[in-house]
Design a protein around this ligand. Sequence first.
Ligand code: 5GP
Length: 396
Amino acid sequence: MDKGIEIARGKTKVLYEVPSSPDQLVVAQGDAITAGDGARRDEIPGKGRLAAQTTSRVFRLLNLCGLPTHFLNGGEDDDDNEMLVRRCSMIPLEVVVRGVAAGSFARRHTGLQRGAILVPRVTEFFLKDDANHDPLIAPEEIAARGIASPNEIGAMSEIARLTFEILAHAWRHRDVLLVDMKVEFGRLIGGENQGQLVIADVIDNDSWRIWRHGREDQMLDKQIYRNLDPVDAEALARVKAAYEQVADYVGNFPAMRPGVAAIFVDDARMVDRANEVAAALHTFGIPTARHLASVTVTPGYVLQIVSQIEAGFARPIFVAIGDQTLRATLDGSASSPVIDGNDEPHRIALACAKLLAIDDSAMFGRVMLAQSNARSEMLRVDALLQQQLPPGAVIA
Ligand code: 5GP
């Protein structure tokens, strides 16, 4: 990659400027593995390659979901473990989301059974400060010290929670339990959306705890290294094997499984409605096919299209707009799901997205994000109502 001077060096990565683009950086991940704030340190040849692959594929998945990240491209192929990111000023916090009581949380909450499922998820902030072992910090303290504004703290919690749920979904499909996870945030320095909060740094096998089959004794993450005693070549080889397996699993995290919504209308006067439904589906990135076909006028054509669509590669969902006999015929002839197309377009799109999300983590993330945005919008308008302002007004 086209890189300029080194601008920062962490325990496991190096950041370089990009001479042609001041708004971008190159992040190169190395072979070091550390624990205990750097008190333990080893090199595992090839770890940087696995870490860059894992990070870039996790970020690619998050980008596909529509979450804001600093990731642009790279990290995956023969590119010296380097990825290209948007430059940001880092917020000196580690944001941890937990779905299972483990690690420092289990140590701090001795009354809780280790391994207990945490619902709702717990979000914690830690101040990045190696000398003081990254202490836990309360949101009020973050705001009081001017590290981040209350709005940013809320946004970081929500984005971190969505990230956790998306990665938990992806891991669940590989029979692996995501226990907890750490992310870091930055504010974009320049270019489009300057100042915007984005997920930054790296997210790799050092950043989470993951337990195969939900069993702690089958952990696959850096905790294996933290627990080593002694650290010898054979033990490091076991750590590397786990990292290889994780990079392999994460390999197809960003692979979307193609789906298609086949919208049937049985009356030419309903075509505009079909277009509205298609537009709502496109907001989730779901491709559509539209057909005018009627059970009473062109019954053979209805059945022919169903067969044709189901013979295709993409997973179909049928949307029936019009007479209930059309829906009943599709229900009786198609083996794929059929949805009532007479509902509100956004609800139809959401229902289709949820069906495709069952085995597509990017679509799952889009559903989560749409729901989160709908909640924020309700809260925003409610806040305006409390101030007796019109819904379009901007809160200062
Ligand atoms: P705990 O607070 O239980 O030690 O860690 C919670 C989660 O955050 C775990 O998934 C752990 O791997 C991650 N985490 C905590 N501190 C760090 C850190 O300094 N670096 C990285 N990469 N992950 C961390």
